[in-house]
Design a protein around this ligand. Sequence first.
Ligand SMILES: [Zn+2]
Ligand SMILES: [Zn+2]
Length: 436
Amino acid sequence: MPIEVTFLGGARQVGRSCVLVKAGGRNIMLDAGVDVGVIEDPFPLEPPEHPDVLLLTHAHLDHAGYVPHVVSKYRTPLIGTPPTQDLSETLNVDYLKLKKDEAPYTFADVMNVRKHSVDVLYKQPMHLGGGVEAVLLRAGHILGSAMIRLKAEGHVVLYTGDICARNTRTQTMIDLSMSDADTVIIESTYSSPSDQHQSLQKTERDFALAVTETLNENGVVLIPVFAVGRAQEVMLCLEAYIRSGVVPKVPIFIDGMIRKVNVIYRMYWEHLSDPIKKQIRYTKQNPLESEMFIDVEERKDLVKMKKPMIIISTSGMLEGGPIVYYLKKFGDDPKNLICLTGYQVPGTRGRMLYDGLRELELEGEKVKVEAKVAFFDFSAHADYPGLLRLLSAFKNLERVICIHGEERKIINFCERLESIRKVEAYAPHNGETIKL
Ligand SMILES: [Zn+2]
Ligand SMILES: [Zn+2]
């Protein structure tokens, strides 16, 4: 029997990642995400057959936001690393608060997932029945993130989820030690040849210099971030640069979901990168718990506070969260600086600022942004050279299936892979089934 792979979401788009693999008579679901920004089709398609098990790559909502629905409806076990299980619960509770009646599950459904969750560590072999073996491999993207390797009918399929091909402050890059895949289902977020990140060291240096300049002028630095991953990367970067004396020591205020997520990052410090683990062991102090970071109690107190200071807050694209409040209070001063730290989706306020627009509508009010705006690429996704490097590690590769990207990029990426790598490359549509 050939293995059948059905794409229920995340094909030719970024959002609602969900794949069903049928192998050895078992239906194995990989990820169950939502599309956060859209009103139309925010959820994956219903699976044609009852899934027997759900494996999760990582906690971001575009991969895990639909998990409580799937687990409640089909009573499937949920397999993931321990940090992924905890982070996804936290993010799903937050998603539920945001969506209220439009959410596809209740708070009880989120809590019900605990009864079905099965913790698995990287490289711990699993037998899913029907002769299907599975293993999770480090993906380098965020705390607990994994790639999923399935072996069935003598065929190896690797589903990458989101991957990072370089070391970051919190994560060691992807683990390519099991490179025997015949088929790779790969994320394609940055799959165009012009998608090349500059080195993270250079990004961090530029960021530290811009922050320093603003602080020296007695300004406020506003840093909108995603709560999981980017927030901690930025915190650790600032902590290191302040400790070494490059950036002046000022209070760093933390607001929004980041505070809850930080608790989990601190809890799973042994899942962080080697340099951070060493730092924690030798100094007996977790840099994420440094006294330079202050959780915000009362937002309005910050406005009266003595400058300079740094505020790190959600949401990363300024679409909601406490950052909107801070933008209103501090956005009108040309001495202040807004640091965008990741990709900004078209249509978001973050993108408008990135594109040079300086008048935003905030809660019905037109607000002029006089503060400086700068972009720093802290991306935790593999860029084009990174994706090619990853694929070149697989010697027996027959087929690449490209998902999790803009349609145009994915189609071009497939054409390039067929000509450069001489492999079959597919750009499936949602609802399509590919037989391996
Ligand atoms: Zn992700
Ligand atoms: Zn993703």
